[in-house]
Design a protein around this ligand. Structure first.
Ligand code: GLC
Length: 734
């Protein structure tokens, strides 16, 4: 009997929580020591349908510079709301709403505050496409950790990042936000970004929940337009668009965001196969999916729902747990439940997932953000160091005729062009709370870098676009006074990002005309490019001595490239996205399937059929010599592991960094495969004269295998090839 009483007492404590200070039992879900899953179930069991549905909704709060995103004042946001997009850069407003949620609601469920921290909160670092060109995921991880710290300390618990849409059409403005054309590369940077944001403990006050987006296939947007149809076969879904998401889920990403795009007739935000069959049933993801902005109600526009109510039913039943800002779930889910169209058990499962993330973030136990002054949160010295390093390594030297660079012995340098003194556009799209005044312009950086060595002259020459040549004469005069011209061309930050498609990837004609004008000076010309997409550089390339792709580097601005021009920094970036010869070649990417005919057939009649710059292309100030490929075995069985290695020597007179890209090819397979596929990469420093051996530990299933149209991996016997640079090694798989 005593035992029975004792176990009943223990049971009651467990189910109702410990006695509070006042002797009243504290609800289990409020007990920080209780296991998360028990807290989730306890809280869920106490919630009404209305309270559950509130958790599946996201409003906006605070104001920002996007006219579409004017947020509600705190008074208009219900205390029970599940989440808000938080546009403020300080935590006070957030704490105000959180206090309302904790004290004015029946159960005191904390609000989850999300925001688009895509490449930095205030300390803005290079756009993701640039980061991929660094081939340094560890550095990208560190930068994401900087963003996480600034975000959490500023009231944001959840970032809508990383964007991991494989993309091959540079007309699409959102290529800037992703990691390029390759599924493997995108997956590596996805995992690095998730680790940087989330760390090992989501409850840390320096970490945020990550959000893999835009699930899935958004990068295949037809003709590079936005919000449009994407023709994606199941085969392409599995071999190209899903792999980065699987890598991100394996890295522990707390959430995903469903995309705007229509996937071959089924919109991504109503796609049961991807949202539930793949993500929940196969990958066992236990976080939640938030829709993209209004992507639930947009199902009506996309022709799969008659009205908001049907849209809510379709999105929810497909597997979208939270509805971003269009109120569809708020308005319609309670009715759909009462009508029996949406089972309560699915509502419970959705709420369970949202609460689980909130508990893991520690929001129930520490709902408020400590209020710290901005100068203790933003632009910290160690943060600036990290992001400058990343910007240096993201910079790609595309051309260097006659080894003009690094500049030496020059006494006067003319820094010309619309980007020369620009600050804001070097931040790039989705620059969060980045401020133009934080950015060091190219001109200012050149003045500092060459102080005591060369005079820096300036002329704007022209604007980003338009017809005005009013600045040409002054620019030409300035160029004539200099020993070398550094021409700073590129894009406005608003030419990339969401709803920023362009019909051509050429720069505006006025910028190319300025180059023609400056060529009359007879001086050597170095073009610096600050842009958010691969560009058509075929005319520019023919006229200049050097081209440096600096992308949109963030607050580091012109500092990295000035160090490269002076020789302080040896460039190590390599392209993570092909530069087409011209817009007409799009889509063109390295991991294409082989054509039925080779040689001169199947070519354009009017332009070359090869790109201007290949995936993986980038120059250094030194030279790297590759030895022969050596394998631990050249005949293996399926499931075996083997090691392939290559010795690389820095044969130049300067220290540098080299990235070795390891590709495989499988020329005969029951499903046609890309002509080559990147399966590993490694970047290492190499001192002048130093030799290092780079190794690739191959797992034949993982690295030689392929997937079929239902995501099943398979590995067939046959000849496989390891490809590094122009080297090729055959491996026989039995
Ligand atoms: C936007 C974007 C998405 C962003 C979300 C919240 O429409 O598509 O990337 O995270 O809305 O701002």
């Amino acid at each position: 009997m005593r035992k029975l009483l004792l176990s009943l007492l223990v049971l009651s404590l467990l189910t109702c929580g410990q006695a509070g200070a006042n002797g009243k039992s504290k609800a289990l879900y409020k007990d920080a020591k209780a296991p998360v899953e028990k807290r989730v179930e306890d809280l869920l069991s106490r919630m009404t349908l209305e309270e559950k549905v509130y958790q599946l909704n996201q409003y906006t709060l605070g104001s920002n510079n996007n006219v579409n995103n004017i947020g509600e004042a705190v008074r208009n946001v219900p205390a029970e709301i599940g989440s808000v997009i938080y546009f403020d850069e300080n935590p006070q407003l957030r704490n105000e709403l959180q206090k309302k949620a904790m004290e004015n609601s029946r159960l005191g469920i904390p609000v989850l505050f999300g925001y688009d921290v895509i490449h930095g909160f205030r300390t803005v670092y290079p756009i993701p496409l640039a980061q991929a060109c660094s081939w340094n995921p560890a550095l990208a991880e560190q930068a994401s950790a900087v963003a996480a710290q600034e975000s959490r300390m500023s009231g944001v618990d959840w970032t809508f990042s990383p964007m991991i849409d494989v993309a091959r059409d540079a007309r699409w403005g959102r290529v800037a936000e992703g990691y390029g054309e390759d599924p493997y590369t995108t997956g590596v940077f996805a995992a690095a970004s998730v680790r940087g944001y989330q760390g090992d403990d989501l409850a840390s006050d320096k970490r945020v929940a990550a959000c893999l987006k835009h699930y899935v296939g958004y990068g295949a947007s037809e003709a590079g337009r936005d919000y449009v149809y994407t023709e994606i076969s199941r085969q392409a879904l599995w071999d190209t668009y899903l792999p980065p998401y699987e890598a991100g889920v394996k890295a522990g990403a707390a959430t995903l965001m469903s995309g705007f795009n229509d996937i071959s007739g089924v919109p991504a935000s109503a796609h049961y196969y991807t949202l539930t069959e793949v993500l929940k049933n196969r990958w066992k993801h236990d976080g939640f999916v938030v829709s993209d902005w209004c992507s639930v109600v947009q199902l009506v526009n996309q022709g799969v729902a008659a009205d908001g109510k049907e849209a809510a039913e379709k999105a929810f039943m497909a597997g979208v747990e939270m509805d971003m800002v269009d109120d569809c779930y708020q308005k319609h889910l309670p009715v759909l439940v009462k009508e029996g169209k949406v089972p309560m058990k699915l509502i419970d499962e959705a709420v369970r997932r949202v609460l689980r993330v909130k508990f893991r973030l520690g929001l129930f136990d520490r709902p408020y953000t400590k209020e710290v002054k901005p100068d203790k949160r933003f632009l910290l010295p160690e943060s600036l160091f990290t992001v400058e390093k990343l910007a240096e390594e993201s910079t790609v030297l595309l051309k260097n005729s006659g080894k003009l660079l690094p500049l030496s012995g020059v006494k006067k340098i003319a820094v010309v062009g619309p980007l020369a003194k620009n600050q804001a556009d070097l931040l790039g799209s989705w620059s969060g709370h980045g401020k133009a005044e934080d950015v060091c312009s190219i001109y200012d950086a050149m003045v500092r870098e060459f102080a005591g060595k060369a005079d820096i002259l300036y002329a704007q020459g022209c604007d980003f676009d338009g017809e005005s040549r009013a600045g040409f004469a002054e620019a030409l005069t300035t160029a004539k006074q200099a020993d070398v011209v550094v021409l700073c061309l590129g894009e406005k930050r608003g030419w990339s990002g969401e709803n920023a498609s362009r019909s051509t990837i050429a720069l505006p004609a006025i910028q190319e005309a300025l180059l023609v004008e400056l060529k009359q000076s007879g001086k050597p010309v170095v073009v610096l490019l600050a842009n958010g997409r691969p560009l058509d550089l075929v005319r520019i390339g023919k006229q200049v001595d050097a081209i440096v792709e600096i992308w949109q580097p963030g607050v580091a601005g012109g500092k990295p490239v000035s160090g490269i021009l002076s020789g302080r920094v040896n460039p190590s970036g390599k392209l993570a996205m092909t530069f087409p010869y011209t817009t007409g070649q799009i889509p063109i990417y390295y991991n294409h399937r082989a054509p039925a005919r080779k040689g001169s057939q199947g070519r354009y009649q009017d332009i070359p059929s090869t790109p201007l710059y290949d995936f993986g292309y980038g120059l250094s100030y030194t030279d790297f010599q590759y030895g022969d490929l050596k394998a631990s075995a050249e005949r293996v069985k399926r499931g075996d592991k083997l090691t392939v290695e290559v010795a690389v020597t820095n044969s130049g007179d300067r220290d540098g960094q080299e990235t070795v890209h390891w590709f495989i090819s499988d020329p005969v397979c029951s499903i046609s495969r890309p002509v080559k596929e990147l399966k590993f990469f490694e970047k290492q420093p190499l001192k002048a004269g130093e030799t290092k051996v780079f190794r690739f530990q191959i797992d034949t299933d993982r690295d030689f295998g392929f997937v079929d149209s239902d995501g099943k991996s398979f590995l067939e016997a046959g000849d496989y090839y390891i490809l590094v640079k122009d080297r090729k090694l055959k491996i026989r798989v039995e």
